[in-house]
Design a binder for this molecule. Structure first.
Ligand SMILES: [Zn+2]
Length: 140
């Protein structure tokens, strides 16, 4: 038997016993794991913190929760995307349209009005809303 420290998407931590590591993987993939607090099936292994007295452990606890925070992970994904994408501000609609028309592979991000987004969708231009304001804007 093996014990894992698990955490759900709402950052509830709990322990669960498994026959083996593969057993855990199998149960997780079949959606059999659920958080005992909120019943969420979005459960993953918590980052292991070294066993130290409770007081000095508080920092490690906070850090591992940040790593498990879905919003923090989303922000990291967006930052990675921004690093490979040009910020074009409110020229986004025309840039996206030009890329689509010319079959270019570069990617851009910026701001667009609801009307522009709808028009782009109607023209079949692939685009995704970003969960956070682009860095170039929030740093200004
Ligand atoms: Zn939970």
């Amino acid at each position: 038997m093996i014990v894992f420290d698990l955490v759900c998407s709402s950052a509830h931590r709990f322990e669960a016993w498994f026959g083996s590591s593969a057993d855990y993987e199998d149960q997780r993939q079949r959606g059999l794991l659920a958080c005992p607090v909120c019943n969420s099936a979005e459960v993953g292994k918590a980052v292991m913190a070294p066993a130290v007295p409770a007081k000095s452990n508080q920092k490690a606890e906070k850090a591992s929760l940040a790593n498990d925070d879905p919003m923090a992970r989303l922000l990291m994904l967006q930052r990675a995307f921004e690093a490979n994408s040009d910020y074009v501000g409110d020229r986004f609609a025309e840039e996206a349209r030009a890329i689509h028309r010319n079959g270019e592979t570069r990617s851009v991000h910026g701001e667009a009005s609801a009307e522009e987004v709808k028009a782009l969708h109607d023209e079949g231009v692939p685009l995704l809303p970003l969960p956070f304001r682009p860095r170039a804007r929030s740093d200004a």
